[in-house]
Design a binder for this molecule. Structure first.
Ligand code: IFM
Length: 441
């Protein structure tokens, strides 16, 4: 790595991130069926119809995995609890095995001196709640609040930080507009409601946690840097709308209590009645904001129905998911978020990393491309720190190769290789480079 921890402020935190459905193995420990199980069972949704049934078997191997996190010198471990593991039917009686698992997992982090950084919803909606409309149904905010209360009453006091929802754009837009993610809906009204309700759910969970006396609560958004594909006014307008839908809708809701006008043009008639009345909940104060960043998008206009934009292929080097490598986008976004929304609030890069076709040669896995990717993104974190942006930490996605949603197990994001036949873990060269950089004196 180009940097060591000494190049960053003393209180700067380094972490690595995972999520429950992507690594745990949802067939273990009494977890309920999730929307990803049924989405994967539907033709052509997921590569080879793969599910998270076994995943990395982290449910049984978490001690070994946390040993790897600690041995690399990370300060923090970002993980998520599964709604369907805690409440197999989404509501009602909790699954004690699920609560016990997260209790053990938490203690295992603390025993290794790792700060537990929790996300409460990383997409494993229990199927029973999808049957009731999932994020389309306004009651989801209350159900999410109930789930929050159950899990946080059990492990909340031991968390370093907690965020309710990972990547509200993915939840709402990929799940209900493009249909690329579960529940695989393609409907503008469903999308508008999911966009709004996911924010009401976020605020409800924050308020419940405050009520339990918990602190260091945040919001985590995935952001993409939108650029016009050419110099035309139409491309400029299209890229502003992409930015509005992808980035500003969620940030504006949470930090300003409003939605961008260009987004409302397309969705206002589909929002639930009296949606403005929900802003006091949506704006529940948070203590920090997390940004998940991977790439930029070049956007051009189309003559299609709203939002009438399209992604135009760019020519920068790409990762194995076809995402262009554009570190400058992270710098722009950190500055924009601070300037337009969060001011002095601590910012974290809560996910950053790349899919790479990592090949195992003997016992070695050389993923120099990943180390380069991390270095170039840390370069821009350095730039923002110099300019006074309060970035307080950086988390790599991901610890392990894992279930990459509709790509199944085909795309590898881990700094640790997982053989999905034997489940053997092998640290890649990026892991060794990070371990060297994070060595504490
Ligand atoms: O794997 C995902 C993760 O679940 C959410 N953020 C983006 C990652 C890479 O696609």
């Amino acid at each position: 790595m180009k940097y060591t921890r000494k190049d960053f402020p003393d209180d700067f935190l380094f972490g690595v991130a995972t999520s429950s459905y992507q690594i745990e193995g949802h067939s273990f420990g009494g977890a309920g069926e999730t929307q990803w199980d049924t989405f994967a069972a539907t033709r052509a949704n997921v590569v080879r119809a793969e599910t998270g049934a076994i995943a990395c078997d982290h449910y049984h191997r978490y001690e070994e995995d946390l040993d790897l996190v600690a041995a690399a010198g990370f300060d923090c471990y970002r993980f998520s609890t599964s709604w369907a593991r805690i409440l197999p039917h989404g509501r009602g009686s909790p699954n004690q095995q699920g609560l016990d698992f997260y209790d053990r997992l938490t203690d295992a982090m603390l025993e290794r001196d790792l700060k537990p950084c929790l996300t409460l919803y990383h997409w494993e909606m229990p199927s029973a709640l999808v049957d009731l409309g999932g994020w389309r149904n306004r009651d989801i905010a209350k159900w999410f609040g109930d789930y929050t209360e159950i899990i946080m009453s059990c492990i909340g006091d031991r968390m370093f930080s907690t965020a309710p929802v990972n990547e509200p754009w993915c939840v709402a837009w990929l799940g209900h507009f493009t249909g690329h993610h579960a529940p695989g809906i393609r409907d503008i009204r469903a999308t508008a409601r999911a966009m709004h309700h996911v924010l009401v759910g976020h605020g409800t969970a924050i308020n419940i946690m405050r009520g339990l006396g918990l602190g260091n609560l945040g919001a985590i958004c995935n952001l993409e840097y939108a650029m016009p594909a050419d110099n035309s006014k139409a491309a400029e307008r299209a890229s502003r709308l992409y930015d509005g839908i992808y980035n500003r809708f969620f940030l504006s809701g949470m930090f300003k209590g409003e939605y961008p006008a260009n987004v409302l043009e397309g969705i206002e008639s589909h929002l639930p009645a009296n949606w403005q009345d929900d802003f006091p909940v949506i704006q529940a104060p948070v203590d920090w904001c997390g940004i998940n960043y991977y790439t930029r998008k070049l956007i051009g206009p189309t003559s299609d129905t709203w939002p009438a934009y399209m992604e135009v292929e760019g020519h920068l080097p790409k990762t194995d998911l076809g995402w262009e490598v554009f570190p400058a986008g992270l710098e722009h976004l950190l500055k924009i978020v601070q300037h337009d929304y969060t001011g002095d609030l601590p910012l974290y890069v809560t996910e950053n990393g790349m899919a790479n076709d990592d090949i195992k040669v003997g016992i070695n896995i050389d993923d120099a491309a990943r180390t380069d990717y991390l270095n170039t993104h840390l370069d821009v974190v350095q730039n923002t720190l110099v300019e006074g942006v309060p970035v307080k930490g950086y988390f790599i996605w991901s610890l392990l190769d894992n279930y990459e949603w509709s790509s199944g197990y085909e795309k590898r994001f881990g700094i640790v290789h997982v053989d999905f036949e034997t489940l053997k873990r092998t640290p890649k060269s990026s892991y060794h480079a990070i371990a060297k950089a994070l060595l504490k004196a």
